[in-house]
Ligand binder design. Structure first.
Ligand SMILES: NC(=O)C1=CN([C@@H]2O[C@H](COP(=O)(O)OP(=O)(O)OC[C@H]3O[C@@H](n4cnc5c(N)ncnc54)[C@H](O)[C@@H]3O)[C@@H](O)[C@H]2O)[C@@H](O)CC1
Ligand SMILES: Nc1ncnc2c1ncn2[C@@H]1O[C@H](COP(=O)(O)OP(=O)(O)O)[C@@H](O)[C@H]1O
Ligand SMILES: [K+]
Length: 514
């Protein structure tokens, strides 16, 4: 599912209005009725107090339309207009009049107003700002948001939690609504998935307001949300008359004394992702552990006992995953550098492999085209430098990817795979994965997929999805705390099987399949 920026959403609104020969006010009515239906089907007339806080733009207009329908159905409402500007939108004004015609007179809040008391069992509808926020709200509006957050009431945000910018970071973390639920129109918004802003949203759901499908289909986005539908189209089926040679040979290079487990996890990840053959290249001390832990894999050893000192092998792998547990001794850095200069095979680089690259940046140009780099945030910073906010991070990552023709898998709660001007936002995974070794499994999975013929980009997107899905399946049985990397490995098979289970045919939500 594509993720559009604000300009594109306004374009889609306009195109739809022209094509369907409706007015913007009718589109607003359509959008807000969706919100009403959502609330009505859940509340069934319940008399909990609903406080609606409406700005003076179209997001506020949505709130006013919603208020009118709630009033028509005898809900217990109170409407506040957050009068932060003189520039009221046309459709806001039309709907303000309509609400008054129904006998509902909003309270107008301004800088001098005392804010209303809100009970913790009440409901707050946040329609203060939507996608139009373009500067920091006034101090009193920030105070109001703070007041709403502190009320502990259930907060339902329309389209966006007010205070979040569509294309910029957060200058003031106080001035953002912390939404229990966001009902967003037509398309997901990038800010829902970034570490600095995603934390303001507990749950989100998309409401289809009938924007023109063909227009949205042809419009090029710079980000895409990756769910089951997206990865299914990448899936490479297993052929009946295939053999182990049909699915490639992964070579995992890494490990050092005390960090052989990382290679075991990666090699196993590769195997379970479906690589036909897997070989591990480790220091001598890794021979026995690997052969014991993973009899399916072959093992080649370095001449050194404790560290990798020279990377030489006679077999011909399809792809190499390098870096897990490899360490950064001078000897290993030299071996890694020499290897990179000689190597022409596709690469996946992780962990200390990335750290060696970061401290020897002349090696960037030695990476073969479409090398996959899988940094966690700290490793990413070493690669691309510091960033001001999440948007700046993504911009820098895209520039880096373009410059070196590489794929950056930016790991985290919503891992984002960046290739040139595109970013692919993953939807699987959970906080249980914040545990040593889960990244090593991912390196193995991506390597194993490239071995089978997935393009490096598809292997990254698909691999991140399957890896997260395996962890999601695992936590159902063990909970977040007890998830360990082996638990992810144990459920890769189930994650594959899940691809072909039909999901509920319904709206896209933050929790179900997309
Ligand atoms: N365009 C359409 O046809 C539709 C728009 N819809 C709603 O319209 C929203 C967007 O509406 P708007 O473009 O009016 O924008 P908002 O309602 O998000 O913001 C209101 C206006 O306030 C001004 N503003 C921005 N930051 C401010 C600040 N810090 N202090 C004071 N004023 C500030 C801007 O001029 C902005 O346009 C969407 O989020 C959605 O809720 C929906 O009704 C669906 C249809
Ligand atoms: N809070 C989280 N939610 C979802 N996924 C997470 C979370 N924390 C970590 N992960 C995932 O777990 C993996 C951790 O990788 P990494 O940081 O390299 O750990 P390690 O090197 O210890 O294996 C990544 O795939 C990352 O996306
Ligand atoms: K809002």
């Amino acid at each position: 599912m594509k993720i559009f920026n604000a300009k594109q959403i306004y374009e889609a609104d306009k195109f739809t209005i022209d094509k369907q020969q409706i007015t913007s006010e009718q589109l607003m009515e359509r959008a807000a009725i969706q919100i009403f239906n959502w609330m009505h089907s859940r509340m069934q007339g319940a008399q909990a107090k609903i406080h609606l806080f409406c700005g003076i733009g179209n997001n506020g207009g949505d709130g006013l339309v919603l208020a009118r329908h709630l009033q028509d159905h005898d809900y217990n409402i109170e409407v506040f207009v957050v009068n932060y500007s003189e520039h009221r939108s046309k459709d806001f004004l039309i709907n303000l009049d309509r609400l008054k015609e129904k006998g509902v007179w909003p309270n107008f809040l301004n800088e001098q107003s005392d804010f209303p008391a809100i009970g913790k069992d009440d409901i707050v509808v946040d329609a203060i700002f939507g996608i139009g926020l373009n500067r920091v709200p006034d101090e009193w509006v920030i105070r109001l948001m703070h007041h709403l957050n502190n009320s502990k009431a259930f907060i339902l945000s329309i389209d966006m939690p007010s205070g979040l910018f569509m294309e910029a970071g957060l200058p003031n973390t106080e001035g953002v609504i912390k939404a229990n639920y966001v009902l967003t129109f037509q398309v997901p918004k990038l800010v829902f998935f970034l570490p600095e802003t995603g934390k303001y949203i507990d749950h989100w759901e998309i409401l289809d307001i009938g924007l023109d499908k063909e227009f949205l289909f042809t419009l090029k986005s710079q980000f895409e949300l990756i769910g089951k539908n997206e990865v299914l189209s990448m899936y490479v089926p297993r052929e009946k008359y295939s053999h182990k040679g049909s699915y490639g040979h992964s070579l995992i290079i890494g490990g050092s004394y005390g960090k052989i487990g990382a290679v075991v996890l990666a090699a196993k990840g590769s195997m379970l992702a479906g690589s036909g053959l897997v070989t591990a290249f480790v220091p001598r001390c890794g021979y026995l552990p690997l052969q014991t832990a993973l009899p399916e894999a072959m093992v080649i050893t370095d001449n050194e006992e404790l560290e990798i000192s020279e990377i030489n092998f006679s077999m011909l792998p399809s792809v190499i995953g390098i870096g897990v547990g490899i360490g950064t001794t001078a000897t290993t850095i030299k071996a890694f550098s020499e290897f990179l200069k000689r190597n022409r095979l596709p690469l996946v680089i992780d962990a200390d492999g990335l750290n060696i690259l970061s401290t020897n940046q002349d090696l960037f140009k030695e990476m073969p085209p479409q090398t996959v780099l899988t940094p966690h945030p700290k490793e990413l910073e070493r690669l691309i430098g510091k960033w001001a906010d999440d948007f700046d991070k993504l911009k820098k990552a895209k520039e880096f990817s373009e410059k070196y023709d590489c794929i950056l898998v930016i790991k985290g709660a919503n891992t984002i795979t960046v290739y040139k001007d595109m970013g692919y936002v993953n939807t699987t995974g959970n906080p249980g994965m914040a545990t040593g070794g889960s990244g090593d499994v991912l390196t193995g999975v991506i390597t194993g997929l490239i071995a089978q013929g997935y393009s490096a980009l598809n292997a990254s997107i698909f691999g991140v999805y399957i890896h997260g899905k395996a962890a999601d399946i695992a936590v159902e049985k063990c909970g977040f705390q007890a998830l360990i990397a082996s638990g992810i490995l144990d459920n890769i098979g189930k994650a594959y099987l899940d691809l072909f289970q039909v999901s509920e045919p319904d709206v896209a939500t933050g929790e179900s399949e997309l």
